[in-house]
Design a protein around this ligand. Structure first.
Ligand SMILES: NC(=O)c1ccc[n+]([C@@H]2O[C@H](COP(=O)([O-])OP(=O)(O)OC[C@H]3O[C@@H](n4cnc5c(N)ncnc54)[C@H](O)[C@@H]3O)[C@@H](O)[C@H]2O)c1
Length: 251
């Protein structure tokens, strides 16, 4: 293996980087001495988000809709031109609206699959040459604990995230020969600002009570598991799903 032998100085591409969980990941990789290509959908919002970091932070932004093949290729081009390689890809972008099954349209269904399932496929393909050439790489996909309980109103999203289990296992098998691992993290309901603003307190309380560890799940709770999967400590871990939900009981 010719890639990074330690856990710092890596080139890390993160989609959904301006989001609740993505931005905590950016903070941690930067604090760790890594360099980050932070991607998110809206150029203005991404620029606004970037302005919260010092100018000299090892942080480059790349606006992209992960559902667009061209946009994903442009993120890889930015990473290549700026840093010459990619060590870690975190497919964190996600879009999770609620739509009752009977009101779900085919177009709505397709869009959610495009963002949540096709997006990680397109991003992984786009950065693949930049990992393959160095014989080392880490792909961490973001699934969702909703696949275990079939969250109401999210047939499209739950189906897309369940698809990522299969994508992760097959991609792991095909890319292992290049020293690339592919794993999946499935968070429980995580109290980002968007969740805090939009979910009723009763739902958050029910989540707390349904866990072995009876507190809110915070974005920071996903950071350690992702850092582990991105590290050489996880060299022999691939095709796996790491469920991070505080020990939720399914009764
Ligand atoms: N918050 C939770 O409770 C929870 C639970 C399970 C799984 N997840 C997953 O964790 C990941 C991060 O979620 P979060 O809670 O930080 O959500 P968030 O909404 O705070 O962040 C998601 C980010 O993805 C970006 N995004 C949406 N559509 C995009 C597109 N087409 N192209 C590029 N970027 C796009 C958004 O702009 C946003 O910045 C997602 O994949 C989500 O499905 C979240």
């Amino acid at each position: 293996m010719t890639g990074p032998a330690n856990t710092t100085g890596r080139i890390v591409v993160i989609t959904g980087a301006a989001g609740g969980i993505g931005s905590r990941l950016v903070d941690r990789f930067l604090a760790n001495g890594d360099r980050v290509v932070a991607s998110d959908a809206l150029p203005e919002a991404l620029a606004q988000w970037r302005s919260g970091y010092p100018d000299d932070a090892e942080l480059v932004t790349a606006a992209a809709d992960v559902a667009s093949e061209e946009d994903c290729r442009s993120v890889a081009t930015i990473a290549r031109e700026r840093f010459g390689r990619v060590d870690v890809l975190v497919n964190c972008a996600g879009y999770f609206p609620f739509t009752p099954f009977e009101e779900m349209t085919a177009d709505g269904w397709r869009r959610i699959l495009d963002v949540n399932l096709t997006g990680p496929f397109l991003m992984t393909q786009a950065v693949l040459p930049l990992m393959r050439d160095q014989g080392w790489g880490r792909v961490v996909n973001f699934g969702s604990g909703s696949v275990y309980d079939g969250t109401r109103g999210q047939a499209h999203y739950v189906s897309a995230k369940a698809g990522l289990v299969g994508f992760t296992r097959t991609a792991a098998r095909e890319l292992g020969r290049y020293g690339i691992t592919v794993n999946l993290v499935t968070p429980g309901l995580t109290v980002t600002k968007a969740v805090r603003d939009s979910f009723p307190q009763e739902i958050l309380e029910a989540q707390r009570l349904g866990r072995a560890l009876q507190r809110d799940q915070e974005p920071e709770d996903l950071v350690g598991p992702v850092l582990f999967l991105a590290s050489p400590d996880a060299d022999f871990v691939t095709g796996q799903t790491l469920n991070v939900d505080g020990g939720k009981f399914f009764t």
